[in-house]
Design a protein around this ligand. Structure first.
Ligand code: ATP
Ligand code: MG
Length: 283
Protein backbone atom coordinates (compact mmCIF):
# COMPACT_ATOMS: atom_id res chain seq x y z
CA UNK A 1 0.00 0.00 0.00
CA UNK A 2 1.30 3.45 -0.96
CA UNK A 3 0.22 6.40 1.13
CA UNK A 4 0.22 9.68 -0.74
CA UNK A 5 -0.18 13.04 1.01
CA UNK A 6 -2.30 15.66 -0.76
CA UNK A 7 -3.41 19.14 0.26
CA UNK A 8 -6.75 18.74 2.08
CA UNK A 9 -8.17 21.94 0.67
CA UNK A 10 -6.74 24.88 -1.20
CA UNK A 11 -5.21 25.63 -4.55
CA UNK A 12 -3.51 22.29 -5.12
CA UNK A 13 -6.27 19.98 -3.89
CA UNK A 14 -8.42 19.73 -7.00
CA UNK A 15 -5.66 19.29 -9.54
CA UNK A 16 -3.86 16.75 -7.34
CA UNK A 17 -7.01 14.64 -7.05
CA UNK A 18 -7.75 15.03 -10.76
CA UNK A 19 -4.27 13.73 -11.58
CA UNK A 20 -4.87 10.62 -9.47
CA UNK A 21 -8.29 10.07 -11.03
CA UNK A 22 -6.99 10.48 -14.57
CA UNK A 23 -4.32 7.94 -13.61
CA UNK A 24 -7.12 5.46 -13.04
CA UNK A 25 -7.00 5.63 -9.23
CA UNK A 26 -10.45 5.81 -7.73
CA UNK A 27 -10.56 7.95 -4.60
CA UNK A 28 -13.63 8.33 -2.44
CA UNK A 29 -14.95 11.90 -2.44
CA UNK A 30 -14.97 12.59 1.28
CA UNK A 31 -13.98 16.04 2.36
CA UNK A 32 -14.00 15.32 6.08
CA UNK A 33 -11.89 12.19 6.12
CA UNK A 34 -8.21 12.48 6.88
CA UNK A 35 -7.41 9.18 5.20
CA UNK A 36 -9.12 7.70 2.18
CA UNK A 37 -8.41 4.32 0.53
CA UNK A 38 -8.59 3.87 -3.20
CA UNK A 39 -11.30 1.47 -4.29
CA UNK A 40 -9.21 -0.07 -7.09
CA UNK A 41 -5.48 0.56 -6.43
CA UNK A 42 -2.97 -0.10 -3.63
CA UNK A 43 -3.11 3.59 -2.78
CA UNK A 44 -4.30 5.55 0.21
CA UNK A 45 -4.64 9.35 0.33
CA UNK A 46 -3.69 11.32 3.44
CA UNK A 47 -5.18 14.82 3.41
CA UNK A 48 -2.98 17.43 5.10
CA UNK A 49 -2.31 21.16 5.17
CA UNK A 50 0.32 21.83 2.55
CA UNK A 51 2.74 23.13 5.22
CA UNK A 52 2.80 19.64 6.77
CA UNK A 53 3.36 17.59 3.63
CA UNK A 54 7.20 17.83 3.37
CA UNK A 55 7.57 16.67 6.99
CA UNK A 56 5.05 13.83 6.58
CA UNK A 57 6.97 12.56 3.54
CA UNK A 58 10.37 13.00 5.18
CA UNK A 59 9.47 10.97 8.27
CA UNK A 60 7.63 8.31 6.27
CA UNK A 61 4.06 8.94 7.49
CA UNK A 62 3.35 9.31 3.78
CA UNK A 63 5.63 7.74 1.16
CA UNK A 64 5.00 10.41 -1.43
CA UNK A 65 3.24 13.77 -1.50
CA UNK A 66 2.08 16.48 -3.86
CA UNK A 67 3.07 19.95 -2.68
CA UNK A 68 4.37 23.29 -3.97
CA UNK A 69 8.12 23.52 -4.48
CA UNK A 70 7.95 26.70 -2.34
CA UNK A 71 6.82 24.67 0.70
CA UNK A 72 9.49 22.04 0.09
CA UNK A 73 12.17 24.74 -0.02
CA UNK A 74 10.84 26.59 3.01
CA UNK A 75 10.44 23.57 5.31
CA UNK A 76 13.89 22.23 4.47
CA UNK A 77 13.08 18.56 5.08
CA UNK A 78 15.14 16.05 3.15
CA UNK A 79 12.75 14.61 0.57
CA UNK A 80 13.37 13.39 -2.95
CA UNK A 81 12.05 15.50 -5.81
CA UNK A 82 10.45 12.85 -8.03
CA UNK A 83 8.50 14.75 -10.66
CA UNK A 84 7.46 18.28 -11.59
CA UNK A 85 3.73 18.29 -12.15
CA UNK A 86 3.24 21.47 -14.17
CA UNK A 87 0.37 22.99 -12.18
CA UNK A 88 0.24 25.43 -9.22
CA UNK A 89 2.79 27.60 -10.97
CA UNK A 90 3.81 30.76 -9.15
CA UNK A 91 6.92 32.62 -8.02
CA UNK A 92 8.22 33.98 -4.74
CA UNK A 93 9.10 37.64 -5.10
CA UNK A 94 10.09 40.73 -3.19
CA UNK A 95 7.69 43.65 -3.59
CA UNK A 96 7.82 47.24 -2.38
CA UNK A 97 5.36 50.17 -2.34
CA UNK A 98 4.77 51.56 -5.84
CA UNK A 99 5.88 55.09 -4.98
CA UNK A 100 9.34 53.97 -3.79
CA UNK A 101 12.38 54.34 -5.99
CA UNK A 102 14.13 51.01 -6.61
CA UNK A 103 17.52 50.53 -8.18
CA UNK A 104 18.91 47.25 -6.90
CA UNK A 105 18.92 44.80 -4.01
CA UNK A 106 20.83 47.26 -1.80
CA UNK A 107 17.43 48.87 -1.30
CA UNK A 108 16.74 46.16 1.28
CA UNK A 109 19.74 46.96 3.51
CA UNK A 110 18.38 48.14 6.85
CA UNK A 111 14.77 47.52 5.77
CA UNK A 112 12.07 45.27 7.22
CA UNK A 113 10.31 42.64 5.11
CA UNK A 114 7.14 40.68 5.97
CA UNK A 115 6.87 37.08 4.79
CA UNK A 116 5.53 33.59 5.45
CA UNK A 117 8.74 32.20 3.91
CA UNK A 118 11.47 33.33 6.34
CA UNK A 119 13.88 30.47 5.60
CA UNK A 120 13.98 30.97 1.83
CA UNK A 121 14.36 34.72 2.29
CA UNK A 122 17.03 34.49 4.99
CA UNK A 123 19.10 32.22 2.74
CA UNK A 124 18.62 34.56 -0.24
CA UNK A 125 19.66 37.71 1.64
CA UNK A 126 22.61 35.87 3.17
CA UNK A 127 23.85 34.81 -0.27
CA UNK A 128 23.47 38.36 -1.54
CA UNK A 129 25.02 39.88 1.64
CA UNK A 130 21.99 42.02 2.40
CA UNK A 131 21.32 42.99 6.00
CA UNK A 132 17.54 43.04 6.31
CA UNK A 133 15.10 42.29 9.16
CA UNK A 134 12.58 39.56 8.41
CA UNK A 135 9.17 39.74 10.04
CA UNK A 136 7.44 36.36 9.90
CA UNK A 137 3.66 36.52 9.54
CA UNK A 138 1.28 33.70 8.68
CA UNK A 139 -1.11 35.40 6.27
CA UNK A 140 -2.21 38.69 4.66
CA UNK A 141 1.43 39.52 4.09
CA UNK A 142 0.54 42.01 1.35
CA UNK A 143 -1.03 44.51 3.75
CA UNK A 144 2.06 44.79 6.00
CA UNK A 145 3.59 47.85 4.26
CA UNK A 146 0.33 49.82 4.11
CA UNK A 147 -0.26 49.44 7.86
CA UNK A 148 3.29 50.54 8.62
CA UNK A 149 4.44 47.13 9.83
CA UNK A 150 7.23 46.62 7.27
CA UNK A 151 8.87 48.36 4.29
CA UNK A 152 8.35 45.51 1.86
CA UNK A 153 7.03 41.98 1.44
CA UNK A 154 8.26 38.64 0.17
CA UNK A 155 5.37 36.49 -1.01
CA UNK A 156 3.81 34.26 -3.65
CA UNK A 157 2.94 36.04 -6.88
CA UNK A 158 1.11 34.53 -9.84
CA UNK A 159 -0.75 37.15 -11.88
CA UNK A 160 0.44 40.07 -9.75
CA UNK A 161 -3.14 41.34 -9.25
CA UNK A 162 -2.94 41.17 -5.45
CA UNK A 163 0.22 43.27 -5.46
CA UNK A 164 -1.34 45.98 -7.63
CA UNK A 165 -4.48 46.16 -5.51
CA UNK A 166 -2.27 46.70 -2.45
CA UNK A 167 -0.18 49.42 -4.08
CA UNK A 168 2.90 47.21 -4.39
CA UNK A 169 5.30 46.46 -7.21
CA UNK A 170 7.38 43.31 -7.73
CA UNK A 171 11.09 44.15 -7.77
CA UNK A 172 12.96 40.84 -7.44
CA UNK A 173 11.95 37.31 -8.38
CA UNK A 174 13.61 34.92 -5.93
CA UNK A 175 12.27 31.52 -6.93
CA UNK A 176 9.87 29.83 -9.35
CA UNK A 177 7.53 27.20 -8.00
CA UNK A 178 5.07 24.57 -9.18
CA UNK A 179 3.45 21.50 -7.68
CA UNK A 180 5.88 18.59 -7.39
CA UNK A 181 5.71 14.94 -6.42
CA UNK A 182 8.13 14.36 -3.57
CA UNK A 183 9.09 11.04 -2.04
CA UNK A 184 10.57 9.58 1.10
CA UNK A 185 14.24 8.66 0.66
CA UNK A 186 14.08 5.20 2.24
CA UNK A 187 11.41 3.33 0.35
CA UNK A 188 11.41 -0.44 -0.18
CA UNK A 189 11.92 -1.74 -3.72
CA UNK A 190 8.31 -2.84 -3.83
CA UNK A 191 7.06 0.65 -2.99
CA UNK A 192 9.48 2.25 -5.43
CA UNK A 193 8.03 0.07 -8.15
CA UNK A 194 4.45 1.14 -7.45
CA UNK A 195 5.58 4.77 -7.36
CA UNK A 196 7.44 4.52 -10.65
CA UNK A 197 4.26 3.16 -12.26
CA UNK A 198 2.38 6.10 -10.82
CA UNK A 199 4.96 8.52 -12.22
CA UNK A 200 4.67 6.85 -15.62
CA UNK A 201 0.92 7.52 -15.56
CA UNK A 202 1.40 11.12 -14.42
CA UNK A 203 3.91 11.65 -17.24
CA UNK A 204 1.48 10.34 -19.85
CA UNK A 205 -1.22 12.72 -18.66
CA UNK A 206 1.02 15.76 -18.27
CA UNK A 207 2.65 15.20 -21.64
CA UNK A 208 -0.72 15.36 -23.38
CA UNK A 209 -1.59 18.73 -21.82
CA UNK A 210 -1.45 21.58 -24.30
CA UNK A 211 -1.40 19.08 -27.19
CA UNK A 212 -4.03 18.24 -29.81
CA UNK A 213 -4.50 15.40 -32.23
CA UNK A 214 -4.76 16.55 -35.84
CA UNK A 215 -6.20 14.60 -38.80
CA UNK A 216 -5.88 16.11 -42.25
CA UNK A 217 -6.47 14.97 -45.82
CA UNK A 218 -3.61 15.74 -48.17
CA UNK A 219 -3.12 15.33 -51.94
CA UNK A 220 -0.36 12.70 -52.31
CA UNK A 221 2.00 15.00 -54.17
CA UNK A 222 1.92 17.42 -51.21
CA UNK A 223 2.83 14.90 -48.50
CA UNK A 224 6.48 15.98 -48.38
CA UNK A 225 5.54 19.62 -47.85
CA UNK A 226 2.94 18.63 -45.25
CA UNK A 227 5.59 16.66 -43.35
CA UNK A 228 7.63 19.82 -43.09
CA UNK A 229 4.66 21.73 -41.71
CA UNK A 230 3.76 18.96 -39.23
CA UNK A 231 6.92 17.49 -37.73
CA UNK A 232 5.82 14.73 -35.37
CA UNK A 233 7.07 12.71 -32.38
CA UNK A 234 8.40 9.93 -34.59
CA UNK A 235 6.78 9.80 -37.98
CA UNK A 236 3.18 10.84 -38.65
CA UNK A 237 0.63 8.13 -39.53
CA UNK A 238 -0.30 8.15 -43.21
CA UNK A 239 -3.38 6.29 -44.40
CA UNK A 240 -4.60 5.93 -47.99
CA UNK A 241 -8.05 7.35 -48.73
CA UNK A 242 -10.62 5.72 -51.05
CA UNK A 243 -9.60 8.32 -53.63
CA UNK A 244 -6.13 7.04 -54.61
CA UNK A 245 -4.71 10.53 -55.06
CA UNK A 246 -5.25 11.48 -51.41
CA UNK A 247 -3.95 10.38 -48.00
CA UNK A 248 -4.93 11.13 -44.41
CA UNK A 249 -2.18 12.29 -42.08
CA UNK A 250 -2.54 11.93 -38.29
CA UNK A 251 -0.22 13.49 -35.75
CA UNK A 252 0.05 15.48 -32.52
CA UNK A 253 0.65 19.23 -32.40
CA UNK A 254 0.92 21.97 -29.78
CA UNK A 255 -2.39 23.65 -29.07
CA UNK A 256 -0.76 27.06 -29.64
CA UNK A 257 0.13 26.11 -33.20
CA UNK A 258 -3.28 24.87 -34.36
CA UNK A 259 -4.36 27.92 -36.33
CA UNK A 260 -1.04 28.73 -37.90
CA UNK A 261 -0.44 25.12 -38.98
CA UNK A 262 -4.01 24.70 -40.26
CA UNK A 263 -3.63 27.81 -42.43
CA UNK A 264 -0.33 26.54 -43.82
CA UNK A 265 -1.90 23.14 -44.58
CA UNK A 266 -4.89 24.77 -46.30
CA UNK A 267 -2.55 26.86 -48.41
CA UNK A 268 -0.88 23.72 -49.84
CA UNK A 269 -4.28 22.21 -50.72
CA UNK A 270 -5.02 20.13 -47.62
CA UNK A 271 -8.70 19.58 -46.76
CA UNK A 272 -10.94 18.37 -43.94
CA UNK A 273 -8.77 19.23 -40.98
CA UNK A 274 -9.99 17.70 -37.72
CA UNK A 275 -8.53 18.75 -34.37
CA UNK A 276 -9.25 16.41 -31.44
CA UNK A 277 -8.54 16.58 -27.71
CA UNK A 278 -6.20 14.06 -26.18
CA UNK A 279 -6.33 12.54 -22.71
CA UNK A 280 -3.09 10.65 -22.47
CA UNK A 281 0.11 10.20 -24.43
CA UNK A 282 1.73 6.89 -23.55
CA UNK A 283 5.14 6.50 -25.17
P1 ATP B 1 -3.15 25.09 3.58
O1 ATP B 1 -4.45 25.27 4.25
O2 ATP B 1 -3.03 23.71 2.96
O3 ATP B 1 -1.96 25.45 4.43
P2 ATP B 1 -2.43 27.45 2.05
O4 ATP B 1 -3.40 28.54 2.35
O5 ATP B 1 -1.09 27.45 2.70
O6 ATP B 1 -3.17 26.06 2.31
P3 ATP B 1 -2.93 27.71 -0.82
O7 ATP B 1 -3.28 29.15 -0.91
O8 ATP B 1 -4.02 26.71 -1.00
O9 ATP B 1 -2.11 27.38 0.51
O10 ATP B 1 -1.76 27.45 -1.89
C1 ATP B 1 -1.15 26.21 -2.00
C2 ATP B 1 0.01 26.32 -2.95
O11 ATP B 1 -0.44 26.66 -4.26
C3 ATP B 1 1.06 27.37 -2.66
O12 ATP B 1 1.97 26.96 -1.66
C4 ATP B 1 1.74 27.50 -4.00
O13 ATP B 1 2.68 26.45 -4.20
C5 ATP B 1 0.61 27.28 -4.99
N1 ATP B 1 0.11 28.52 -5.65
C6 ATP B 1 0.01 28.71 -6.98
N2 ATP B 1 -0.46 29.92 -7.29
C7 ATP B 1 -0.69 30.54 -6.15
C8 ATP B 1 -1.19 31.84 -5.81
N3 ATP B 1 -1.56 32.72 -6.71
N4 ATP B 1 -1.32 32.13 -4.51
C9 ATP B 1 -1.00 31.23 -3.56
N5 ATP B 1 -0.50 30.00 -3.82
C10 ATP B 1 -0.34 29.65 -5.11
MG1 MG C 1 -0.21 26.28 3.94
Amino acid sequence: MIRIALQAKGRLNEESLALLRESGIKIEESKRKLLSKSGNSPIEVLYLRDDDIPHAVCNGIAYVGIVGMNEVAERGFDVELLYKLGFGKCRLSLAIPQNEKYENLDYFNGKKVATSYPNILTKYFREKSIDCTIEQIAGSVEIAPSIGMTDAIFDIVSSGGTLVSNGLVEVEKVMESEAVLVGNRELSEEKKEIISKLIFRFESIIRSRGKKYILVNIPNEKIDVALEILPSMKSPTLLPLADKNWSAMHTVIDEDEIWEKSEQLKSIGAEDILILSMEKMIL
